[in-house]
Design a protein. Structure first.
Length: 107
């Protein structure tokens, strides 16, 4: 049984992979890599953008959920990136907002 790193390397090398039953896994089978998440007050939130996006790429603020076009000259957007508050989609930004607001929710 290969570990995850070996499986990835096998895919990169174009090797044939088989499942536990010995059946060949072909390239038409769907699979995905589970997205990384962070935990905020018990909420699993998609990992924020960690590397500088391309200039003009759409990004969403993780609290206000407002969409911006990334601009390296915008001080606030750069600060939000550095502080883990930018996401590449609205759904992730909404989850981030929900998690942050849970700190102030009164039951």
């Amino acid at each position: 049984m290969k570990n995850h790193r070996e499986i990835f390397q096998s895919l990169v090398n174009g090797e044939t992979l088989i499942n536990d039953e010995g059946i060949e896994i072909n390239e038409s089978e769907k699979f995905y890599i589970k997205p990384k998440t962070i935990n905020i007050n018990g909420f699993d939130v998609p990992d924020p953008i960690r590397i500088k996006p391309e200039e003009g790429q759409q990004v969403w603020h993780g609290f206000s959920t407002v969409m911006f076009n990334y601009n390296d000259n915008n001080y606030f957007i750069k600060e939000w990136l550095d502080n883990g508050l930018l996401h590449d989609n609205l759904e992730a930004a909404h989850l981030h907002r929900k998690a942050l607001l849970s700190f102030t929710k009164i039951d």
